[in-house]
Ligand binder design. Structure first.
Ligand code: FRU
Length: 527
Protein backbone atom coordinates (compact mmCIF):
# COMPACT_ATOMS: atom_id res chain seq x y z
CA UNK A 1 0.00 0.00 0.00
CA UNK A 2 2.73 2.42 1.07
CA UNK A 3 4.61 1.43 -2.07
CA UNK A 4 1.68 2.25 -4.33
CA UNK A 5 1.09 5.57 -2.53
CA UNK A 6 4.79 6.32 -3.03
CA UNK A 7 4.51 5.37 -6.72
CA UNK A 8 1.46 7.62 -7.07
CA UNK A 9 3.31 10.52 -5.43
CA UNK A 10 6.34 10.00 -7.69
CA UNK A 11 4.19 9.79 -10.82
CA UNK A 12 2.16 12.83 -9.77
CA UNK A 13 5.36 14.78 -9.15
CA UNK A 14 6.76 13.78 -12.53
CA UNK A 15 3.47 14.71 -14.18
CA UNK A 16 3.38 18.13 -12.49
CA UNK A 17 7.03 18.74 -13.33
CA UNK A 18 6.46 17.85 -17.00
CA UNK A 19 3.39 20.02 -17.11
CA UNK A 20 5.16 23.01 -15.61
CA UNK A 21 7.91 22.80 -18.17
CA UNK A 22 5.67 21.97 -21.07
CA UNK A 23 5.23 25.49 -22.44
CA UNK A 24 8.94 25.99 -22.57
CA UNK A 25 9.68 22.84 -24.54
CA UNK A 26 8.83 23.51 -28.13
CA UNK A 27 10.76 20.94 -30.07
CA UNK A 28 11.83 22.70 -33.27
CA UNK A 29 11.10 19.59 -35.34
CA UNK A 30 7.75 19.03 -33.70
CA UNK A 31 5.90 22.19 -34.58
CA UNK A 32 2.20 22.31 -35.22
CA UNK A 33 1.19 22.70 -38.81
CA UNK A 34 0.00 26.27 -38.26
CA UNK A 35 -3.14 25.81 -40.26
CA UNK A 36 -5.35 28.01 -38.08
CA UNK A 37 -7.38 30.76 -39.72
CA UNK A 38 -5.33 33.96 -40.26
CA UNK A 39 -2.05 32.22 -39.31
CA UNK A 40 0.74 33.89 -41.32
CA UNK A 41 2.51 31.35 -43.51
CA UNK A 42 5.83 33.06 -44.14
CA UNK A 43 5.98 35.65 -41.39
CA UNK A 44 7.38 34.72 -38.03
CA UNK A 45 4.69 34.21 -35.39
CA UNK A 46 5.01 32.58 -31.97
CA UNK A 47 4.01 28.95 -31.66
CA UNK A 48 1.30 30.05 -29.25
CA UNK A 49 0.31 32.92 -26.98
CA UNK A 50 1.28 36.57 -26.94
CA UNK A 51 4.13 38.30 -28.79
CA UNK A 52 5.09 41.96 -29.23
CA UNK A 53 8.40 43.68 -30.05
CA UNK A 54 11.35 41.94 -31.73
CA UNK A 55 14.29 41.96 -29.30
CA UNK A 56 17.97 41.11 -29.23
CA UNK A 57 18.36 40.52 -32.95
CA UNK A 58 21.94 39.39 -33.46
CA UNK A 59 23.85 37.28 -35.99
CA UNK A 60 26.48 34.76 -34.91
CA UNK A 61 28.13 31.86 -36.77
CA UNK A 62 25.60 31.55 -39.55
CA UNK A 63 22.56 32.01 -37.32
CA UNK A 64 20.15 34.94 -37.16
CA UNK A 65 18.71 35.15 -33.66
CA UNK A 66 15.30 36.68 -33.11
CA UNK A 67 14.18 37.19 -29.52
CA UNK A 68 10.80 38.73 -28.82
CA UNK A 69 8.52 40.07 -26.12
CA UNK A 70 6.48 37.06 -25.09
CA UNK A 71 3.88 36.12 -22.52
CA UNK A 72 3.68 32.32 -22.65
CA UNK A 73 0.54 31.99 -20.48
CA UNK A 74 -2.02 34.04 -22.39
CA UNK A 75 -2.85 35.66 -25.73
CA UNK A 76 -2.70 39.13 -24.19
CA UNK A 77 0.22 41.13 -22.83
CA UNK A 78 1.42 40.00 -19.39
CA UNK A 79 4.63 39.28 -17.48
CA UNK A 80 7.20 39.66 -20.21
CA UNK A 81 9.71 36.97 -21.17
CA UNK A 82 12.07 36.83 -24.13
CA UNK A 83 10.94 34.17 -26.58
CA UNK A 84 13.57 32.98 -29.06
CA UNK A 85 13.82 31.69 -32.62
CA UNK A 86 16.76 31.01 -34.95
CA UNK A 87 17.05 31.15 -38.72
CA UNK A 88 19.95 30.42 -41.02
CA UNK A 89 18.39 32.26 -43.98
CA UNK A 90 16.20 35.01 -42.44
CA UNK A 91 13.16 33.26 -43.84
CA UNK A 92 12.74 29.86 -42.13
CA UNK A 93 12.55 30.04 -38.33
CA UNK A 94 12.93 27.38 -35.66
CA UNK A 95 11.42 28.01 -32.26
CA UNK A 96 13.80 27.75 -29.30
CA UNK A 97 13.35 27.56 -25.55
CA UNK A 98 12.33 30.75 -23.79
CA UNK A 99 15.57 32.67 -23.28
CA UNK A 100 14.78 35.02 -20.40
CA UNK A 101 12.19 34.70 -17.62
CA UNK A 102 10.99 37.46 -15.29
CA UNK A 103 12.75 37.44 -11.91
CA UNK A 104 12.70 39.38 -8.63
CA UNK A 105 13.95 42.53 -10.40
CA UNK A 106 11.02 42.54 -12.79
CA UNK A 107 9.56 41.57 -16.14
CA UNK A 108 11.99 41.38 -19.06
CA UNK A 109 11.11 44.25 -21.38
CA UNK A 110 12.62 45.07 -24.77
CA UNK A 111 16.31 45.33 -25.52
CA UNK A 112 19.14 44.18 -27.73
CA UNK A 113 21.94 41.63 -27.98
CA UNK A 114 25.56 41.85 -29.11
CA UNK A 115 28.52 39.54 -29.57
CA UNK A 116 31.22 40.58 -27.10
CA UNK A 117 34.05 39.63 -29.50
CA UNK A 118 36.87 40.79 -27.21
CA UNK A 119 35.26 39.58 -24.00
CA UNK A 120 35.17 43.15 -22.67
CA UNK A 121 32.60 41.99 -20.13
CA UNK A 122 34.78 39.16 -18.82
CA UNK A 123 31.72 36.91 -19.05
CA UNK A 124 33.20 34.41 -21.55
CA UNK A 125 33.61 30.92 -20.14
CA UNK A 126 34.06 28.71 -23.20
CA UNK A 127 35.56 28.97 -26.64
CA UNK A 128 32.86 31.26 -28.02
CA UNK A 129 32.77 35.01 -27.33
CA UNK A 130 29.74 35.57 -25.12
CA UNK A 131 26.44 36.71 -26.55
CA UNK A 132 25.18 39.46 -24.28
CA UNK A 133 21.54 40.52 -23.98
CA UNK A 134 20.82 44.00 -22.65
CA UNK A 135 17.21 44.56 -21.60
CA UNK A 136 14.90 46.58 -19.37
CA UNK A 137 13.71 45.23 -16.04
CA UNK A 138 10.17 46.44 -15.38
CA UNK A 139 9.38 46.06 -11.70
CA UNK A 140 5.61 45.70 -11.22
CA UNK A 141 5.68 46.18 -7.44
CA UNK A 142 7.50 49.48 -8.00
CA UNK A 143 4.96 50.56 -10.58
CA UNK A 144 2.02 49.57 -8.37
CA UNK A 145 3.55 51.42 -5.42
CA UNK A 146 3.59 54.59 -7.51
CA UNK A 147 7.37 54.96 -7.64
CA UNK A 148 9.12 56.48 -10.64
CA UNK A 149 12.20 54.31 -10.79
CA UNK A 150 10.80 50.86 -11.60
CA UNK A 151 12.53 50.51 -15.00
CA UNK A 152 16.24 49.63 -14.87
CA UNK A 153 18.63 47.99 -17.34
CA UNK A 154 19.99 44.48 -16.86
CA UNK A 155 22.16 42.10 -18.84
CA UNK A 156 22.34 38.34 -19.36
CA UNK A 157 24.94 36.24 -21.13
CA UNK A 158 25.13 33.05 -23.15
CA UNK A 159 28.28 31.05 -23.77
CA UNK A 160 26.62 28.48 -26.02
CA UNK A 161 25.49 30.48 -29.04
CA UNK A 162 22.30 31.75 -27.45
CA UNK A 163 20.94 28.38 -26.33
CA UNK A 164 21.06 28.98 -22.57
CA UNK A 165 21.21 32.23 -20.64
CA UNK A 166 22.45 33.40 -17.25
CA UNK A 167 21.48 36.71 -15.72
CA UNK A 168 24.44 38.82 -14.62
CA UNK A 169 24.79 38.77 -10.82
CA UNK A 170 25.42 42.52 -10.62
CA UNK A 171 22.08 43.52 -12.19
CA UNK A 172 20.83 46.13 -12.68
CA UNK A 173 23.76 47.58 -14.60
CA UNK A 174 22.03 50.93 -15.08
CA UNK A 175 19.83 52.36 -12.34
CA UNK A 176 16.87 54.59 -12.90
CA UNK A 177 17.29 58.30 -12.15
CA UNK A 178 13.57 58.69 -11.32
CA UNK A 179 11.99 58.68 -14.79
CA UNK A 180 9.01 56.38 -15.38
CA UNK A 181 9.74 55.66 -19.06
CA UNK A 182 13.38 54.61 -19.11
CA UNK A 183 13.73 51.60 -21.33
CA UNK A 184 14.56 49.52 -24.41
CA UNK A 185 18.39 49.68 -24.51
CA UNK A 186 19.92 49.17 -27.96
CA UNK A 187 23.65 48.59 -27.69
CA UNK A 188 26.23 48.88 -30.44
CA UNK A 189 30.05 48.78 -30.53
CA UNK A 190 31.48 52.22 -31.46
CA UNK A 191 34.72 51.22 -33.14
CA UNK A 192 36.25 54.69 -33.35
CA UNK A 193 36.00 55.27 -29.62
CA UNK A 194 36.50 51.59 -28.64
CA UNK A 195 33.40 51.61 -26.46
CA UNK A 196 29.85 50.37 -26.32
CA UNK A 197 27.03 52.86 -26.87
CA UNK A 198 23.61 52.28 -25.34
CA UNK A 199 20.70 54.19 -26.86
CA UNK A 200 17.82 54.36 -24.41
CA UNK A 201 14.25 55.63 -24.82
CA UNK A 202 13.50 58.13 -22.07
CA UNK A 203 9.94 59.45 -22.20
CA UNK A 204 10.18 62.15 -24.93
CA UNK A 205 13.80 61.76 -26.01
CA UNK A 206 16.65 59.28 -26.22
CA UNK A 207 19.69 59.21 -23.94
CA UNK A 208 23.09 57.85 -24.94
CA UNK A 209 25.27 56.01 -22.44
CA UNK A 210 28.73 54.50 -22.99
CA UNK A 211 30.68 51.64 -21.45
CA UNK A 212 33.92 49.75 -22.03
CA UNK A 213 32.70 46.52 -20.39
CA UNK A 214 28.88 46.41 -20.77
CA UNK A 215 28.45 46.52 -17.00
CA UNK A 216 29.46 50.09 -16.05
CA UNK A 217 27.62 52.80 -17.96
CA UNK A 218 28.23 56.57 -18.16
CA UNK A 219 25.74 59.14 -19.40
CA UNK A 220 26.81 60.87 -22.63
CA UNK A 221 23.98 63.05 -23.96
CA UNK A 222 20.28 63.46 -24.76
CA UNK A 223 18.67 63.89 -28.14
CA UNK A 224 15.23 64.71 -29.44
CA UNK A 225 13.23 66.69 -26.91
CA UNK A 226 12.42 69.33 -29.52
CA UNK A 227 12.76 67.30 -32.69
CA UNK A 228 10.55 64.82 -34.49
CA UNK A 229 7.11 63.53 -33.55
CA UNK A 230 6.02 63.93 -29.92
CA UNK A 231 2.40 62.85 -29.65
CA UNK A 232 3.30 59.78 -27.63
CA UNK A 233 6.02 58.05 -25.62
CA UNK A 234 9.35 57.31 -27.28
CA UNK A 235 10.25 53.61 -27.28
CA UNK A 236 12.59 51.05 -28.85
CA UNK A 237 15.35 53.22 -30.36
CA UNK A 238 18.13 51.99 -32.62
CA UNK A 239 21.34 53.80 -33.64
CA UNK A 240 23.52 52.53 -36.47
CA UNK A 241 25.84 53.69 -39.25
CA UNK A 242 24.82 53.46 -42.91
CA UNK A 243 27.09 54.26 -45.84
CA UNK A 244 25.82 56.73 -48.40
CA UNK A 245 27.87 57.67 -51.49
CA UNK A 246 31.06 56.63 -49.73
CA UNK A 247 30.28 58.61 -46.56
CA UNK A 248 29.25 57.17 -43.22
CA UNK A 249 25.99 58.54 -41.85
CA UNK A 250 24.23 57.59 -38.63
CA UNK A 251 20.56 56.67 -38.46
CA UNK A 252 18.44 56.87 -35.31
CA UNK A 253 15.14 54.97 -35.29
CA UNK A 254 12.62 55.84 -32.60
CA UNK A 255 9.24 54.22 -32.19
CA UNK A 256 6.43 56.34 -30.81
CA UNK A 257 3.11 55.33 -29.30
CA UNK A 258 0.65 56.86 -29.94
CA UNK A 259 1.33 59.55 -32.52
CA UNK A 260 1.92 57.57 -35.72
CA UNK A 261 0.96 59.16 -39.07
CA UNK A 262 -2.16 57.00 -39.40
CA UNK A 263 -2.92 56.70 -35.68
CA UNK A 264 -1.44 54.66 -32.86
CA UNK A 265 2.04 53.13 -33.04
CA UNK A 266 4.71 53.91 -35.67
CA UNK A 267 8.45 54.35 -36.11
CA UNK A 268 10.10 57.65 -36.99
CA UNK A 269 13.77 58.18 -37.86
CA UNK A 270 16.51 60.78 -37.98
CA UNK A 271 19.62 60.87 -40.19
CA UNK A 272 22.83 62.61 -39.20
CA UNK A 273 26.11 62.08 -37.46
CA UNK A 274 27.24 60.47 -34.21
CA UNK A 275 30.58 61.29 -32.63
CA UNK A 276 30.57 58.75 -29.81
CA UNK A 277 28.77 61.13 -27.50
CA UNK A 278 26.22 63.25 -29.39
CA UNK A 279 23.83 62.61 -32.25
CA UNK A 280 23.57 65.52 -34.68
CA UNK A 281 20.41 65.56 -36.76
CA UNK A 282 21.15 66.65 -40.33
CA UNK A 283 17.49 66.96 -41.34
CA UNK A 284 16.36 69.44 -38.68
CA UNK A 285 13.09 71.28 -38.97
CA UNK A 286 11.52 68.86 -41.41
CA UNK A 287 8.32 66.96 -40.88
CA UNK A 288 8.85 63.66 -39.03
CA UNK A 289 10.15 60.90 -41.28
CA UNK A 290 8.46 57.49 -40.92
CA UNK A 291 9.98 54.17 -41.78
CA UNK A 292 6.56 52.80 -42.77
CA UNK A 293 3.21 54.60 -43.13
CA UNK A 294 1.06 51.50 -42.63
CA UNK A 295 -0.55 51.00 -39.26
CA UNK A 296 1.21 47.72 -38.55
CA UNK A 297 4.95 48.09 -38.23
CA UNK A 298 6.06 48.98 -34.72
CA UNK A 299 9.09 48.70 -32.44
CA UNK A 300 11.29 47.57 -35.32
CA UNK A 301 15.06 47.57 -34.93
CA UNK A 302 18.01 46.11 -36.84
CA UNK A 303 20.26 43.07 -36.52
CA UNK A 304 23.56 43.45 -34.76
CA UNK A 305 26.82 41.84 -35.92
CA UNK A 306 25.90 41.14 -39.54
CA UNK A 307 29.36 40.37 -41.01
CA UNK A 308 31.10 43.18 -42.90
CA UNK A 309 31.29 41.12 -46.10
CA UNK A 310 27.47 40.99 -46.09
CA UNK A 311 27.27 44.66 -45.15
CA UNK A 312 23.49 44.94 -44.97
CA UNK A 313 21.50 46.67 -42.26
CA UNK A 314 18.52 44.39 -41.76
CA UNK A 315 15.34 45.52 -40.05
CA UNK A 316 12.30 43.70 -38.68
CA UNK A 317 9.27 45.15 -36.91
CA UNK A 318 6.28 43.92 -34.96
CA UNK A 319 3.34 43.73 -37.38
CA UNK A 320 0.69 45.23 -35.13
CA UNK A 321 -0.39 48.39 -33.37
CA UNK A 322 -1.06 48.94 -29.67
CA UNK A 323 -4.48 50.39 -30.59
CA UNK A 324 -5.81 46.86 -31.18
CA UNK A 325 -2.95 44.35 -30.80
CA UNK A 326 -4.54 42.59 -27.81
CA UNK A 327 -7.92 42.09 -29.47
CA UNK A 328 -7.13 40.95 -33.03
CA UNK A 329 -9.17 37.82 -33.85
CA UNK A 330 -6.47 35.14 -33.79
CA UNK A 331 -5.99 32.11 -31.57
CA UNK A 332 -3.99 30.41 -30.06
CA UNK A 333 -1.37 33.06 -30.83
CA UNK A 334 -1.31 36.83 -31.27
CA UNK A 335 0.88 38.83 -33.65
CA UNK A 336 3.53 38.28 -36.27
CA UNK A 337 6.69 40.09 -37.31
CA UNK A 338 7.16 41.95 -40.61
CA UNK A 339 9.31 40.39 -43.30
CA UNK A 340 13.00 41.29 -42.89
CA UNK A 341 13.94 44.41 -44.85
CA UNK A 342 17.23 45.92 -45.88
CA UNK A 343 17.55 49.62 -45.04
CA UNK A 344 19.52 52.00 -47.26
CA UNK A 345 19.87 55.76 -47.60
CA UNK A 346 18.80 57.79 -50.58
CA UNK A 347 18.80 61.51 -51.45
CA UNK A 348 15.29 62.89 -51.49
CA UNK A 349 14.09 66.51 -51.24
CA UNK A 350 17.51 67.67 -50.11
CA UNK A 351 17.25 65.21 -47.23
CA UNK A 352 18.69 61.78 -46.76
CA UNK A 353 15.84 59.33 -46.42
CA UNK A 354 15.62 55.65 -45.67
CA UNK A 355 14.45 53.23 -48.30
CA UNK A 356 13.31 49.72 -47.29
CA UNK A 357 13.76 46.68 -49.51
CA UNK A 358 12.57 43.13 -48.88
CA UNK A 359 15.66 40.97 -48.30
CA UNK A 360 16.57 38.91 -51.37
CA UNK A 361 16.41 35.68 -49.31
CA UNK A 362 12.62 35.94 -49.60
CA UNK A 363 12.99 34.62 -53.16
CA UNK A 364 13.53 31.22 -51.50
CA UNK A 365 9.81 31.22 -50.87
CA UNK A 366 8.80 31.28 -54.53
CA UNK A 367 7.18 28.08 -55.78
CA UNK A 368 7.27 26.96 -59.39
CA UNK A 369 3.90 28.67 -59.88
CA UNK A 370 4.19 32.19 -61.15
CA UNK A 371 2.98 34.26 -64.04
CA UNK A 372 4.23 37.24 -65.98
CA UNK A 373 1.60 39.80 -66.91
CA UNK A 374 1.23 41.12 -70.43
CA UNK A 375 1.67 44.88 -70.87
CA UNK A 376 -1.79 46.47 -71.02
CA UNK A 377 -3.68 49.71 -70.76
CA UNK A 378 -5.83 49.23 -67.69
CA UNK A 379 -9.17 50.81 -67.08
CA UNK A 380 -11.82 49.63 -64.64
CA UNK A 381 -11.17 46.43 -62.76
CA UNK A 382 -9.42 43.41 -64.31
CA UNK A 383 -9.02 40.07 -62.60
CA UNK A 384 -5.63 38.46 -62.98
CA UNK A 385 -6.49 35.10 -64.47
CA UNK A 386 -4.23 32.12 -64.75
CA UNK A 387 -3.35 31.83 -61.14
CA UNK A 388 -6.54 29.96 -60.33
CA UNK A 389 -4.68 26.75 -59.58
CA UNK A 390 -2.48 28.39 -57.00
CA UNK A 391 -3.12 26.63 -53.75
CA UNK A 392 -2.15 29.15 -51.14
CA UNK A 393 -3.14 32.68 -50.36
CA UNK A 394 0.43 33.87 -50.20
CA UNK A 395 1.73 35.92 -53.08
CA UNK A 396 4.51 38.21 -54.12
CA UNK A 397 3.29 40.86 -56.56
CA UNK A 398 5.56 43.02 -58.74
CA UNK A 399 4.02 45.67 -60.96
CA UNK A 400 5.42 48.56 -62.99
CA UNK A 401 2.97 51.23 -64.12
CA UNK A 402 3.59 54.09 -66.50
CA UNK A 403 1.63 57.21 -65.65
CA UNK A 404 2.20 59.06 -68.91
CA UNK A 405 0.28 56.57 -71.01
CA UNK A 406 0.00 58.63 -74.17
CA UNK A 407 -3.54 57.42 -74.79
CA UNK A 408 -6.46 59.60 -75.72
CA UNK A 409 -8.14 58.96 -72.38
CA UNK A 410 -7.03 60.70 -69.26
CA UNK A 411 -4.85 59.30 -66.57
CA UNK A 412 -6.76 57.42 -63.88
CA UNK A 413 -7.55 59.24 -60.64
CA UNK A 414 -6.20 56.21 -58.85
CA UNK A 415 -4.91 52.75 -59.67
CA UNK A 416 -3.44 49.71 -57.98
CA UNK A 417 -4.40 46.18 -56.97
CA UNK A 418 -7.20 44.66 -54.97
CA UNK A 419 -7.32 41.35 -53.06
CA UNK A 420 -10.73 39.71 -52.87
CA UNK A 421 -12.45 36.61 -51.58
CA UNK A 422 -15.76 34.96 -52.54
CA UNK A 423 -17.70 36.92 -49.91
CA UNK A 424 -16.96 40.37 -51.42
CA UNK A 425 -14.47 41.25 -48.76
CA UNK A 426 -11.45 43.10 -50.07
CA UNK A 427 -8.28 45.02 -49.38
CA UNK A 428 -7.14 47.67 -51.85
CA UNK A 429 -3.70 49.10 -52.40
CA UNK A 430 -3.80 52.20 -54.58
CA UNK A 431 -2.12 55.40 -55.61
CA UNK A 432 -4.16 58.60 -55.63
CA UNK A 433 -2.70 60.62 -58.49
CA UNK A 434 -4.03 64.09 -57.69
CA UNK A 435 -3.44 63.72 -53.96
CA UNK A 436 0.05 62.20 -54.50
CA UNK A 437 -0.38 59.54 -51.89
CA UNK A 438 -0.43 55.74 -51.77
CA UNK A 439 -2.99 54.04 -49.56
CA UNK A 440 -4.30 50.77 -48.20
CA UNK A 441 -8.07 50.53 -47.77
CA UNK A 442 -9.14 47.80 -45.33
CA UNK A 443 -12.62 49.15 -44.61
CA UNK A 444 -14.34 46.06 -46.01
CA UNK A 445 -11.56 43.57 -45.27
CA UNK A 446 -13.53 41.11 -43.10
CA UNK A 447 -13.53 41.12 -39.33
CA UNK A 448 -13.02 44.71 -38.18
CA UNK A 449 -15.46 45.20 -35.30
CA UNK A 450 -12.95 44.18 -32.62
CA UNK A 451 -11.67 47.78 -32.53
CA UNK A 452 -12.94 51.19 -33.65
CA UNK A 453 -9.39 52.04 -34.67
CA UNK A 454 -8.96 49.20 -37.16
CA UNK A 455 -11.17 49.99 -40.17
CA UNK A 456 -10.00 52.71 -42.45
CA UNK A 457 -7.91 53.98 -45.33
CA UNK A 458 -4.30 54.61 -44.39
CA UNK A 459 -2.17 56.92 -46.48
CA UNK A 460 1.49 57.43 -47.32
CA UNK A 461 2.32 60.82 -48.90
CA UNK A 462 4.44 60.01 -51.93
CA UNK A 463 5.09 62.61 -54.61
CA UNK A 464 6.47 60.83 -57.65
CA UNK A 465 9.16 62.37 -59.75
CA UNK A 466 9.24 60.07 -62.75
CA UNK A 467 6.36 58.66 -64.73
CA UNK A 468 7.14 55.13 -63.57
CA UNK A 469 5.48 53.71 -60.47
CA UNK A 470 6.69 50.37 -59.12
CA UNK A 471 5.02 48.13 -56.60
CA UNK A 472 6.59 45.19 -54.79
CA UNK A 473 4.08 43.60 -52.44
CA UNK A 474 4.03 40.59 -50.14
CA UNK A 475 0.65 39.17 -49.28
CA UNK A 476 0.36 36.56 -46.54
CA UNK A 477 -2.91 35.18 -45.12
CA UNK A 478 -3.53 38.23 -42.97
CA UNK A 479 -1.17 40.97 -44.09
CA UNK A 480 0.14 43.00 -46.98
CA UNK A 481 3.45 44.85 -47.15
CA UNK A 482 3.80 47.18 -50.12
CA UNK A 483 7.18 48.63 -51.13
CA UNK A 484 6.62 51.48 -53.58
CA UNK A 485 9.19 52.91 -56.00
CA UNK A 486 12.05 50.75 -54.76
CA UNK A 487 11.23 51.20 -51.11
CA UNK A 488 10.74 54.99 -51.05
CA UNK A 489 7.34 54.42 -49.54
CA UNK A 490 6.17 51.45 -47.46
CA UNK A 491 2.72 50.46 -46.22
CA UNK A 492 2.30 47.47 -43.90
CA UNK A 493 -1.22 46.45 -42.90
CA UNK A 494 -2.91 43.43 -41.35
CA UNK A 495 -6.47 42.16 -41.98
CA UNK A 496 -8.78 39.30 -41.08
CA UNK A 497 -11.05 38.18 -43.96
CA UNK A 498 -13.64 35.49 -43.21
CA UNK A 499 -12.24 33.51 -46.14
CA UNK A 500 -8.70 33.90 -47.41
CA UNK A 501 -8.27 36.33 -50.29
CA UNK A 502 -8.04 34.07 -53.33
CA UNK A 503 -8.17 36.48 -56.23
CA UNK A 504 -6.18 39.51 -57.33
CA UNK A 505 -7.52 42.36 -59.44
CA UNK A 506 -5.78 45.32 -61.04
CA UNK A 507 -7.75 48.53 -61.29
CA UNK A 508 -7.64 52.03 -62.73
CA UNK A 509 -10.49 54.41 -61.88
CA UNK A 510 -11.77 57.43 -63.85
CA UNK A 511 -9.29 56.97 -66.65
CA UNK A 512 -6.51 54.56 -67.38
CA UNK A 513 -2.97 53.63 -66.61
CA UNK A 514 -0.43 51.58 -68.48
CA UNK A 515 0.90 48.37 -66.98
CA UNK A 516 4.45 48.02 -68.36
CA UNK A 517 5.28 44.73 -66.68
CA UNK A 518 4.19 42.54 -63.82
CA UNK A 519 4.77 39.19 -62.15
CA UNK A 520 2.89 37.26 -59.52
CA UNK A 521 4.61 34.49 -57.58
CA UNK A 522 3.00 31.99 -55.29
CA UNK A 523 4.91 31.76 -52.01
CA UNK A 524 5.53 28.71 -49.85
CA UNK A 525 4.78 28.34 -46.20
CA UNK A 526 7.83 28.33 -43.92
CA UNK A 527 6.25 25.98 -41.37
C1 FRU B 1 6.99 48.70 -27.12
C2 FRU B 1 7.06 48.41 -25.63
C3 FRU B 1 8.44 48.69 -25.11
C4 FRU B 1 8.50 47.81 -23.89
C5 FRU B 1 7.73 46.59 -24.35
C6 FRU B 1 6.99 45.91 -23.24
O1 FRU B 1 5.99 48.03 -27.79
O2 FRU B 1 6.08 49.18 -24.96
O3 FRU B 1 8.69 50.05 -24.83
O4 FRU B 1 9.81 47.49 -23.52
O5 FRU B 1 6.84 47.03 -25.34
O6 FRU B 1 6.45 44.70 -23.68
Amino acid sequence: MIQSILLFVILATVFVACNTNKKDIIEPDNQTAYLQQHRPQFHFSPDSMWMNDPNGMVFYEGEYHLFYQHYPDDVVWGPMHWGHAISTDLVHWKHQHIALYPDSLGYIFSGSAVIDWNNTSGLQSGEHPPMIAIFTYHNMEGERAGTNNYQTQGIAFSNDKGRTWTKYSGNPVLDNPGIRDFRDPKVTWFEEGQKWIMTLAVQDHVSFYSSTNLTDWDFESDFGKNTGAHDGVWECPDLFPLMHSGTEKWVLLVSINPGGPNGGSATQYFVGDFDGSHFINENPGTEPLWIDYGKDNYAGVTWSDIPGEDGRRIFMGWMSNWQYATVVPTTPWRSAMTIPRELRLKNADENLQIISLPVTELELLRTSKYMDLEPAVLSGETEIKGIGDFTGSQYEIRLTFKLNNGSQFGLASDFGFRLKNDTSQQVTFGYDVSGSYAYVDRINSGKTSFSQEFRGIHEAPLPIESDLFTVHAFVDKASVEVFINNGEGVLTEIFFPDQDFNSIFLFAENGNVQLISGSIYELKSIW
